[in-house]
Design a protein around this ligand. Structure first.
Ligand code: ADP
Length: 305
């Protein structure tokens, strides 16, 4: 996934040395990449991308499960999350090809015509995926979170009750921390003037953060994020600096964090109230950064003394 991982166990099982645990984990993560990466030419995902249009293509159950989750988030967010945005990601220079200036309106329209999660049919019985048109599926915005779930569930299957699993900033915690109390993590703060993290306390839950401050380019004073609004075909330019989502499924939280980034602050809080999703957002206001959160997030915030 082009990133690092980090695992903390409260009481490493006796059967594990650190080296053996790392080896077993690396194997699992490699198998996951073989499934969902677009960088591995013969990955399960790339085989689906190369499969003929209009025919049901059988995929492995885990890839199918990711596609179902991604589609759920697409519908919930009214298309703000879309795993077929790759042509636009490339066009704006965030893909493997380098950026060479702002694309023309015609080029945006042409790329938009090759995007549309609703052009994917999922056959739930036979676990087949049918593309109604030539689409390129890219799971970058959900894979890290889903990978966290895969590792967490594997640790649980070995009887591990207390853990923190983190892949590229998305994480999931369970049970107690090595200090013997609830896990306490800090939400990253994009405000350089006040870089303290925002402390939250967690039980068994996944945490995902999307932020425009890590990955963007600037042209004529406008900051273009690597998150694309699939409706306009353009990178988001609004003032939402960071979105943190909590959910039992880290994959869901990861995808929702991207969807919320596209939707912007007001729509995010409205949908989060409707669906009772814990969300914390940081926006750039005229007089500095403004923080807002949904009512479902409040119980997780540590009281500031
Ligand atoms: P962040 O941590 O900022 O959310 P991620 O690495 O999780 O970033 O996801 C960013 C990637 O997701 C982009 O590089 C692009 O490939 C893809 N992407 C961009 N816009 C969307 C979108 N609207 N829906 C789904 N995936 C997207």
């Amino acid at each position: 996934m082009g990133t690092s991982y980090h695992i903390t166990l409260r009481q490493p099982g006796e059967e594990w040395t650190e080296v053996a645990l790392k080896e077993a984990l690396d194997q699992r993560l490699q198998a996951f990449n073989q499934l969902a990466s677009t960088y591995i030419p013969d990955s399960e995902l790339n085989r689906l991308n190369k499969a003929p249009v209009g025919e049901g293509h059988p995929v492995m159950p885990m890839l199918f499960d990711i596609m179902v989750l991604a589609t759920e988030v697409s519908w919930l967010s009214n298309g703000a999350f879309d795993i077929t945005v790759a042509p636009l990601v490339d066009l704006w220079g965030f893909g493997p090809a380098k950026h060479d200036g702002k694309p023309s309106d015609a080029a945006v329209a042409e790329a938009l015509a090759r995007v549309g999660f609703d052009q994917i049919e999922l056959d739930l019985l036979d676990k087949k995926v049918l593309k109604r048109k030539d689409l390129r599926i890219d799971l970058s915005a959900i894979a890290k979170g889903y990978g966290v779930d895969v590792v967490a569930l594997w640790l649980e299957s070995l009887g591990t009750k207390d853990y923190l699993v983190e892949i590229g900033g998305e994480m999931r915690v369970a049970g107690l921390s090595p200090r013997g109390d609830q896990w306490r993590i800090g939400v990253e703060n994009p405000d350089v003037a006040n870089s303290d993290t925002i402390p939250i306390r967690l039980g068994n839950i996944g945490v995902a953060t999307s932020g425009d401050y890590r990955n963007y380019f600037e042209e004529e004073g406008v900051r273009y994020s690597h998150t694309i609004d699939p409706t306009s075909g353009r990178p988001i330019t609004h003032n939402l600096a960071s979105v943190t989502v909590l959910d039992a499924s880290c994959g869901f939280a990861d995808a929702m964090a991207t969807a919320f980034s596209v939707m912007g602050g007001d729509k995010t809080l409205k949908l989060a109230e409707q669906l009772q999703i814990p969300v914390y957002i940081i926006e750039k206001g005229e007089a500095g950064f403004v923080r807002r959160y949904s009512s479902a997030f409040a119980p997780y915030l540590e009281q500031e003394n």
